[in-house]
Design a protein around this ligand. Structure first.
Ligand SMILES: [Zn+2]
Ligand SMILES: [Zn+2]
Length: 285
């Protein structure tokens, strides 16, 4: 079984009730954080996870809303890991990730210096290992395999989605993307597809062109649902709601998805949790 928890279902738009984009994936005793938007650690705490317990951080792309709390994750993990030899923290993302991580360490350089000076048992900066990928197997350890494939969020590039597999169960995390062949392939027959969505019908009606611009590099609810159908996934999990789902509007969003996908649809508030069991999916539409 793979457990998916939507930690943050928000977007770049600050929201009192929704943290920024991030998803927790637990599989085979390993815990993966996918993206780390604003407020992620408050939600992780509520989900019973801590930065020091993460197996790896996976980044779909380097948009600010998806990496807003990267520094908080890195520093918190470092100062709350109490084993004498801290193992390096794996951070897996598209090309550019190493540069972002280096710049983050630099931004927190004073803090890191203060803590090393203050605590005898902290002798080095946060140990990290950054791996950049555009496709292929990015993780294969203790029964959990993770594969990456390119998505299409241009002009943001490169961007990647991930497929997590464990003991016959599989979950694909699309990140921000328009429909594309490579995501269809990555998601083929998966148990669940976690997809970010925007309501193009609502956004297109906004007066600000800068807001309307976001329609051209995101999937609408219906487009994400059509991707799920083409790929034959078992469960469609929607997140990153733009605009935020208002209380009582869940059914309207679900009905839009149901116009293009007739299997299980999951959406909701932060901390919404979905169990994905083996054997779900594998029904190409
Ligand atoms: Zn994005
Ligand atoms: Zn985004």
């Amino acid at each position: 079984m793979i457990e998916v928890t939507l930690l943050g279902t928000g977007s770049p738009i600050p929201d009192a009730n929704r943290a920024g984009p991030s998803t927790l994936v637990r599989a085979g005793g390993q815990t993966f954080l996918v993206d780390c938007g604003r407020g992620v650690q408050q939600r992780m705490t509520a989900a019973g996870a801590g930065a020091n317990g993460l197996t790896a951080l996976l980044l779909t792309h380097l948009h600010s809303d998806h990496i807003a709390d990267l520094g908080d994750i890195i520093i918190s993990r470092w100062v709350t890991t109490f084993t004498p030899e801290q193992p390096p923290f794996p951070i897996i993302g598209p090309p550019g990730t190493a540069e972002v991580v280096d710049a983050t360490l630099k931004a927190f350089g004073f803090d890191i210096g203060y803590r090393i000076a203050h605590h005898d048992d902290l002798k080095t900066p946060p140990p990290l290992e950054v791996h950049e990928y555009t496709e292929g197997v990015v993780w294969d350890r203790d029964g959990v395999t993770i594969t990456a494939a390119p998505t299409d969020h241009r002009p943001v590039a490169p961007t990647i989605g991930f497929r997590v597999e464990h003991a016959g169960a599989s979950v694909v995390l699309a990140g921000d993307t328009v429909p594309c062949e490579s995501l269809d392939k990555l998601a083929a027959g998966a148990g669940a597809l976690v997809h970010t969505v925007i309501r193009k019908d609502l956004i297109d009606a906004m007066p600000m062109q800068r807001i309307r611009d976001i329609c051209d590099y995101h999937s609408s609810v219906e487009e994400a649902a059509a991707t799920a159908t083409r790929a034959g996934v078992g469960i469609l999990i929607l997140t990153h709601y733009v605009p935020a789902i208002e209380p009582g509007q869940e059914d309207q969003w679900r009905a839009l998805a149901a116009t293009a996908f007739d299997r299980q649809i999951e959406l909701g508030d932060d901390l919404h949790r979905v169990e994905v069991h083996p054997g779900v999916g594998a029904q190409p539409g």
